[in-house]
Design a binder for this molecule. Sequence first.
Ligand code: NOJ
Length: 574
Amino acid sequence: METTPPRTPRRTASARHACELPWWKRTTVYQVYPRSFADSNADGVGDLRGVISKLDYLHDLGVETLWLSPFFDSPQADFGYDIRDHFGISAEYGSLEDCRALIDEVHARGMKIVFDMVLNHTSNEHPWFLESRRSRDSPKRDYYIWRDGRSPGGRAPPNNWRSMLGRRGWHYDRATGQWYWASFLSFQPDLNYRNPEVKAAMLDVVRHWLGEGVDGLRLDIFNALFKDAAFTDNPRSFRPVPTEDNPDGFFQQALHTLDHADTFEFARELRAVVDAVPGPSRFLVGEVFGAPRTLRRYCGEAADGLHLVFLFKAMRVPFSGPGVRALIEEFERDFPEPLCPTWVFGNHDRPRSMHRLGNHTGKAKLLALLQLTARGVPFIYYGEEIGMPHADIPAEHGLDPVAAHFRFVPNWIARRLRRSGILLNRDESRLPMQWEAGAHAGFSHHSATPWLAAHAGSAELNVAAQTHDPTSMLSCYRQLLALRNRSVALQAGSVTLLDLAHTPSSVVAFRRQHGEGDRAEVVDVYFNFSPRDVRIELVAPHGRALFSTLRGTLEDAGTTLTLRGYEGVVASPR
Ligand code: NOJ
């Protein structure tokens, strides 16, 4: 197997060594949805060799860490989030050899790789589940959560618990006359973490992939792992729909199904397992939902739990000065050092950020500035760097099992929900990456039929068209990432919100600082969240204006600066 010679690491040596924070607190993450990224063998489905062929692009973009959605052996009923064999690779994505080549190629470029671990459930085709459902006496029966129904005749579900998607989460198995529990969809039965054998087996999966050289794990619906051992009914609630900061919904509290005390404890156990794996430090990032104080508990009282948790609240932040300021204040209050916030504006389950921004490139550049300069770890969803638009695909054409689950919801309601951040047909945000103007946007060979058609606008909006355009979204991302990779202050500095005199509330400014006195590195960042020009007084006059989202590199910043509508500027005192 060929390996690429080592390339320039992501950060400059001085930026790396001048700072004592662990790498994962300073990193930048790029999420690849492998099915939609690059198809190397013209079968219409993206694959691992396809990802390898794009590593130079990602390296040049300036991101350090790649997180790949699951590509393990799976019937693909939920496109990989239904795993049949945790140690095998789904044939449509490649082979074990391809997987190892990917890990090596990523490392050869001085980059890192994160896999997606679905610990909560397996596919209903996993050999464990096939064995478990065979009979009540199966030695694997207790690998999953089986219960008798309530009388009469056990035909009523064991209790009132609803799945995360709002319907009953209990599914009746005629052959054995019992019900099994699934937090998500019926073909994704939950594992029983109260069975020590299950826990041990899943921890082996974790050790296995870290042993293969993986640098971190993203933990799928981690908040659902443990449920109430007594199967107590959930209390009623008035909330129809769960939100980022409150998982209660569908008219019940998720009191006994999510965020169980034993899951917080397990986060610490998992951390200890990960820390004990020999080699460089790794990180865990949890997909969890809820109020900040709940999310924070996953990180452990002594910062000895998950390294990071997704803070999905940023996806719904009002595009306004006061909204963004309040969010930064909240993240700093709830996730102070040694904790570290995350900055997420899109993923494979949510509307693309461009949708929320009305496809306004200037606004998207401002959001990129926030994501890449605020304190915390940015998670960039593939295509965000070119401003990939959201698609509008009616549920009846959806391949997504969630679209099938909600097929009864009229399209006009689905569109309204999408505006508030809830996506019923997730195909809409999983379209092929837009590489060039040719067939299938360069995602797949022209003779292939991609699993999802490329966006109609891909002939104009694509990587090739933006590569040499200094005003493009892609150039903005590249420059910002380069700036961040050079700056210890942006990677690891403290953040202080600045009060600017005589400035409207649509302007937000903060200072990132690393070190003290003569040796301090200071960077000031200014954002104008209004469409109007605003004249501001710079906190550090006559500094260097390093970068503007709308104008590229700037010269001497002077004492005052006119921020154009939706412009953001990074400046540094001399
Ligand atoms: C969350 C994942 O992000 C989503 O794509 C998946 O369908 C569910 N968990 C179930 O695994």
